[in-house]
Design a protein around this ligand. Structure first.
Ligand SMILES: Cc1cc2nc3c(=O)[nH]c(=O)nc-3n(C[C@H](O)[C@H](O)[C@H](O)COP(=O)(O)O)c2cc1C
Length: 159
């Protein structure tokens, strides 16, 4: 995928809320404008990278792009799970992410347990991959150095 690493930023909107409740794996959803701006070569599937909420710390993340075949969603979504325990939800706050690498395609599962097991293994894979020096250095990118204004609704997409 030529477009990786892919940087993007947008406000966190409400998803279906199943991530936290049913899976125990909260995800932050991007608005349609960010999803629609993805370059054509970024296929649906599961990615790993770095993420930051507003001007907070930079955390490892896993992201799912697509229609969540297990739930048969009708709208394409981009959902980020930050590998960090947050005390509160961050709806409305700015999420900055860099997608660094691809893990696997999205798939359907026979049970919720299988979906949860797959996501946990994605998280372990992401943690391992992001420790590689060529991936750690993306955390230092200027993209994460700029201070985010929380009063303007800026949306950014780019390579
Ligand atoms: C790392 C990761 C991998 C995922 N893999 C799949 C998948 O293979 N198939 C699928 O249907 N959904 C997958 N999902 C999406 C979950 O089904 C989704 O996060 C859940 O429906 C919660 O969405 P909600 O917050 O909009 O309610 C994945 C999510 C993450 C974070």
């Amino acid at each position: 995928m030529r477009s990786l690493p892919y940087f993007c930023r947008g406000p966190v909107i409400r998803g279906f809320g199943r991530g936290s409740k049913e899976l125990g794996i909260p995800t932050a959803n991007f608005p349609e404008s960010v999803v629609d701006s993805l370059p054509a070569d970024i296929s649906t599937g599961i990615y790993y990278g770095w993420a930051r909420v507003d001007n907070g710390d930079i955390h490892k993340m896993v992201m799912s792009i697509g229609w969540n075949p297990y739930y048969k969603n009708l709208k394409k979504s981009m959902e980020t799970h930050l590998i960090h325990k947050f005390k509160e939800d961050f709806y409305g706050q700015m999420l900055s992410v860099v997608m660094v690498g691809y893990i696997r395609p999205e798939r359907g599962f026979n049970s919720l347990d299988e979906l949860i097991t797959a996501i946990h293994s994605d998280i372990e894979e992401a943690k391992r991959m992001l420790d590689l020096p060529e991936h750690t250095k993306l955390k230092e990118d200027n993209f994460f150095r700029t201070s985010i204004s929380t009063t303007t609704n800026q949306i950014l997409n780019g390579h």
